[in-house]
Design a protein. Structure first.
Length: 269
């Protein structure tokens, strides 16, 4: 039986590990060829180890093991020219673009908003909000030109729905992409391109599981409560991938402009 994305091409930012790698593999399992990129180096304000070139190579290996094609490059989501070059190369190779997963993101904390440095604020907004704009800016014209419709899924967060202490820059960016999504959903609807956001609770990825984040999340005075309603402490990356797969499939052909929580009931608790 043909996969739900057979013959389609998906662009994934932040694809070297974690959710991004999971999205690449899951969409490839359903027949998609993949265009992937990641910065693959440490950013100045990020307090945990970021993905490496070797991580991106592992994503390539896992996609190719599924007999799918992949174009994977190192590129900074903050640099439109670099992102555009990856998109142009991938579309040149595969001939089309149907799905965009704007997934690249960083996390960070400060004691409170007024003690946050300018650098922390600027880098977070540049990656988590402006980077989404630049990804869509590079990809949308290619989707329109191809004339096949398509799906753009932006990774927001439960922090894109509610406030959380010590993370105002992250919360602002994740709220911001919801507004971006709503505008894009209206602008791209005439081209049958659907735009939605997904809102994960804590996900079992290297961005959450590292020495720095373990200290922050275990601090009883930190004020950050990530307790879900369902009896799980976190969800798996593939749970988010499955939501993106559904939103990008024909099963969701009339779903656009929505914010889909994949949060084990976190937001309702």
């Amino acid at each position: 039986m043909a996969g739900r994305l057979e013959g389609k091409v998906a662009l994934i930012s932040g694809a070297a590990r974690g959710q991004g790698r999971s999205h690449a593999v899951r969409l490839a399992q359903e027949g998609a060829d993949i265009i992937a990129f990641d910065v693959c180096r440490q950013l100045g304000t990020v307090p945990y180890p970021m993905a490496t070139s070797e991580d991106l190579e592992e994503t390539v290996r896992q996609v190719e093991d599924l007999d799918r094609r992949i174009v994977a490059r190192e590129a900074d989501v903050r640099e439109l020219g670099a992102v555009q070059a990856v998109v142009d190369e991938g579309v040149g190779e595969f001939g089309r673009l149907d799905v965009v997963c704007a997934n690249a993101g960083i996390a960070g904390f400060a004691e409170n908003t007024w003690s946050m440095t300018e650098e922390q604020w600027d880098e977070m907004i540049a990656v988590n909000l402006t980077g989404v704009f630049k990804t869509v800016r590079a990809a949308a014209p290619k989707m329109i030109e191809a004339g096949n419709g398509g799906s753009i899924v932006i990774t927001s967060s439960t922090a894109g729905v509610k406030g959380m202490p010590g993370t105002a820059h992250y919360v602002a960016a994740k709220h911001g992409v919801v507004g971006l999504m709503r505008s894009l959903a209206n602008e791209l609807a005439p081209y049958s391109i659907r735009v939605n956001t997904v809102h994960p609770t804590g996900v079992n990825t290297p961005m959450i599981h590292n020495e720095f984040m373990d200290q922050v999340l275990s601090n009883p005075d930190g004020g950050i409560n990530l307790t879900n309603a369902l009896p799980v402490s976190e969800v798996e990356a593939v749970d988010i991938s499955n939501a993106i797969l559904w939103l990008s499939s024909d099963e969701a052909r009339y779903v656009t402009g929505v914010s889909l929580p994949v949060d084990a009931g976190f937001l309702g608790k």
